[in-house]
Design a protein around this ligand. Structure first.
Ligand SMILES: *Cc1c(COP(=O)(O)O)cnc(C)c1O
Length: 460
């Protein structure tokens, strides 16, 4: 068999995709010839017809053109999935990002006075309005928020933290490490399960710079436990004239206990308890873009703003546009719940999920896959992203069982779909959880199963 030259394949690609200049095809053409050579050596290709060449060229070029960072379908039921990009944004936030991306903006320009302004004003007043904070600042993410706050408030000094709160979040954020790189000295007190107020008090000395409380984002200690409340820590801070900081991690702006979930202190409540500096993420429960939000007493926020590290950790204009639009929705709780996807997904009633499942089961059965069972199963979802670790979201899911294919095999097939469909496995079932599905995801899921049938049962 004659293997076509790179130039011949280039011509073939140029014919298929006339919108590109010929020079664009050099690399994909090399990949096509390499694939043909490989297939020929393995004995998978005996004769290269014109039709087969076009087929392979298309296949290679489409893979070459597919962005590395791409949309996926989240069928895992985990709402704030760090691996899957955390929070999908509200429509309004997307629109504002597009506008600021396309045109120039007043990012650092004061339109009132016609002179240089600062980028933080775009969310500062809004954050104060919805949380009651005296001061507000935003940075790149919550890890930077914690880093810069520690560095500003307690550089070279001891920071007292409960041993039960020395958390690791997703591997790269560990409280002891962040402490070290911010130039502070970690002073851990108490035990894993119990820390008392007197543990903090006994550790205070002339080199103490800060009392820190960290939200146990992704785990819970239950049973014989004791943790010191924000109020108690604030009182202790007052007594010794020490600032108190709380890393809330996710940061609830809405009291979810009203909707039947367990009580988490809201940002407003933590600030009202008198905590001097509070930090949390923009892309966890808040449902906005990646950002770190720092709220608290004006004097501390001003100091943090002036820290030279702030220039290195500064928030980008697209993020600011998305964050401002998301925060505006929080001016009214019903507006937030209706328009912010993460909140909407967390609060989706079980009955609605049941309806989605029944419909999907019906449509999947219609495809007529041999040896497949599709059925609705009662299950539970997770908020994820280090928020509400104990909370199970009551759910219905679609279970897929095949006599011939393992759930792992099905999971892999769906993961390699375009767009990729990310699922979970429960016992022998591949599970499709409707909680985080968008309306446009359903036809893609059906198409993927149809493709499975075509590939493994022949296109009958
Ligand atoms: C998630 C989390 C962080 C890190 O926040 P990022 O926005 O991912 O940088 C820090 N602390 C706590 C307690 C968290 O839950």
């Amino acid at each position: 068999m004659r293997i076509p030259s790179v130039n011949e394949v280039k011509q073939c690609l140029a014919h298929l995709y006339p919108q590109y200049p010929l020079s664009y095809f050099t690399e994909p053409a090399r990949r096509v010839t390499a694939l043909i050579r490989e297939k020929w050596q393995k004995g998978e290709l005996k004769d290269l017809t014109e039709e087969r060449l076009i087929d392979l060229a298309k296949q290679v070029f489409e893979a070459y053109e597919r962005p590395s960072l791409q949309r996926v379908i989240n069928a895992t039921g985990v709402v704030i999935h760090t691996n899957l990009g955390r929070a999908p944004l509200a429509e309004k936030a997307i629109q504002e990002i597009v506008k600021v991306a396309r045109f120039y903006s007043n990012l650092e320009f004061n339109l009132e006075e016609g002179k240089r302004g600062n980028r933080y004003v775009h969310v500062e007043e809004l954050l104060k309005e919805i949380t009651g904070a005296e001061g507000a600042l935003v940075v790149n993410n919550n890890a930077s928020a914690v880093l810069i706050a520690l560095n500003t408030l307690a550089f070279g000094k001891e920071v007292i933290v409960s041993r039960g709160e020395l958390v690791e979040i997703g591997g790269s954020f560990r409280v002891p490490d962040v402490m070290k790189w911010s130039g502070c000295i970690l002073r851990e007190v108490g035990t894993t399960n119990k820390t008392h107020l007197y543990d903090y008090e006994r550790a205070i000395n002339e080199n103490t710079g800060l009392l820190l409380k960290v939200h146990k984002s992704n785990f819970a200690i239950i049973g014989f436990t004791k943790e010191v409340s924000s109020e108690e820590l604030v009182a202790l801070g007052k007594k010794y004239n020490l600032p108190v900081m709380e890393d809330l991690g996710s940061g609830c702006l809405i009291d979810l206990s009203k909707y039947g979930y367990s009580k988490e202190p809201t940002v407003k409540e933590v600030l009202a308890a008198g905590v001097d500096v509070v930090t949390f993420s923009g892309d966890k429960l808040l449902g906005g873009p990646q950002a770190g939000i720092i709220l608290g007493k004006k004097e501390f926020i001003e100091k943090i703003r002036k820290n030279p590290l702030n220039r290195a950790l500064r928030i980008d204009k697209l993020t600011l546009a998305g964050l401002e639009a998301t925060l505006r929705l929080y001016r009214d709780e019903t507006l937030a719940i209706e328009h912010i996807p993460t909140l909407k997904m967390i609060l989706t009633p079980k009955e609605k999920l049941k309806k989605s499942c029944l419909k999907l089961v019906r449509q999947l059965k219609k495809i007529g896959l041999q040896g497949f069972t599709f059925k609705m199963i009662e299950s539970s979802g997770k908020t994820g992203g280090g928020s509400l670790p104990l909370l199970d979201l009551p759910s219905f899911v679609v279970g897929v069982y095949s006599e011939k294919f393992s759930p792992q095999r099905l999971q892999e097939f769906l993961r390699k779909n375009n767009p990729p469909i990310i699922t979970r496995i429960e016992e022998d079932f591949l599970v499709i959880d409707p909680r985080c599905l968008f309306p446009e995801d359903y036809p893609e899921i059906l198409r993927a199963f149809q493709r499975f049938k075509n590939e493994f049962e022949g296109s009958s």
